[in-house]
Design a protein around this ligand. Structure first.
Ligand code: TPP
Ligand code: MG
Length: 311
């Protein structure tokens, strides 16, 4: 079948989501094999949020993230080999192998950094937005529902509203902060409610549905380009543990099963098939991505470590 432009674009977005999933499955296995120094937080269940928001951005926009950042960085267009090399601590990784999974950065694709400090990049996005008011670019910051209970988050919302900064707050609400469900961390059910008293426009969407995220992100980005902050809450699922190795005794089997039924990669795949793209075409994309990841893994494992004495 000859593809229409739309179908080609959908397939391209799905490829990216599938790449993020396959990348993280590879990382999970490498953790089990003892190849990964430091902690790793996987974003399985949050792929539609990453790919959907990035689809609404332009090259002049700047993105920040937190400790669950692999998907954001790959969706922004980073080279999977350079990302995996960094996670493995290799010399040719994005940060020379010194940062690891929680401190990814790639200014070349407009990704100005991730951090293990919960909420830590939110004020950085404010500073970037301030500096970009004249140039037209916007700042986007991803953080979790847990980060929305920190002081730095509220200080940032206050200033962003006061100064009408072009910043898009993307809260990925996966219902957990480490091992605590939302109801155990805050009496406020939804993070976007925090934005309302500051007069910041909000939207709360199903963050597991790619096309919903794209549509809503485009509207949000448009508002921000006109000079107003916007708070986009993406309701996602956390399909993995808080960190790799977390046995999740605090989650019931039913709740985990329910989360799996909202798997964004599976939902995007179904959407492709419903739109008339054949099973064969989808399977071919998946095969190509798996082959790509096998090559990336082999190359990353063969790379050199940094010199201990090097800066
Ligand atoms: C300032 C700070 N406080 C506490 C922690 C410990 N910590 C690491 S992840 C996390 C939970 C974050 O939850 P959320 O923002 O919802 O992100 P998620 O892990 O769900 O993606 C906490 C409390 C930290 N890293 N930094
Ligand atoms: Mg969370």
């Amino acid at each position: 079948m000859e593809q229409t432009t739309d179908q080609a674009e959908w397939l391209q977005r799905y490829r990216l989501m599938y790449l993020i999933r396959t990348f993280e499955e590879t990382v999970a296995r490498l953790v089990r094999q003892g190849e990964v120094p430091g902690f790793v937080h996987l974003s399985m269940g949050q792929e539609a949020s990453a790919v959907g928001v990035m689809a609404a951005l332009g090259p002049a926009d700047v993105v920040y993230s937190g400790h669950r950042a692999h998907g954001h960085l790959l969706a922004r267009g980073a080279d999977p080999l350079a990302v995996l090399a960094e996670i493995l601590g290799k010399r040719d990784g994005l940060g020379g192998g010194r940062g690891g999974s929680m401190h990814l950065i790639d200014p070349g694709v407009g990704f100005w950094g991730a951090t293990g400090v919960v909420g830590g990049t939110i004020p950085l996005a404010l500073g970037t937005a301030w500096a970009r008011r004249e140039s037209g670019g916007i700042a986007v910051v991803f953080f979790g529902d847990g980060a929305s209970t920190t002081g730095i988050f509220h200080e940032s919302l206050n200033l962003a509203a006061l100064w009408s900064l072009p910043v898009l707050f993307c809260c990925e609400n996966n219902g957990y902060a480490e091992f605590s469900a939302r109801a155990e961390q805050s009496p406020v059910a939804y993070a976007s409610r925090f934005a309302e008293p500051y007069g910041i426009a909000t939207a709360r969407v199903d963050g597991t549905e790619l096309w919903t995220v794209i549509r809503q992100a485009q509207a949000a980005v448009q508002a921000v380009r006109e000079g107003r902050p916007f708070f986009l809450e993406l309701e996602v699922v956390r399909l993995a543990g808080h960190y790799e190795g977390d046995v999740q005794t605090y989650r019931s089997a039913e709740e985990r099963e329910q989360a799996r039924s909202r798997d964004p990669v599976w939902r995007a795949r179904q959407g492709l098939l419903d739109s008339g793209i054949s099973e064969g075409e989808v399977a071919q994309v998946e095969e190509e991505v798996k082959r790509q990841m096998r090559a990336v893994e082999d190359q990353a494992l063969a790379m050199q470590w940094p010199e201990p004495a090097a800066g």
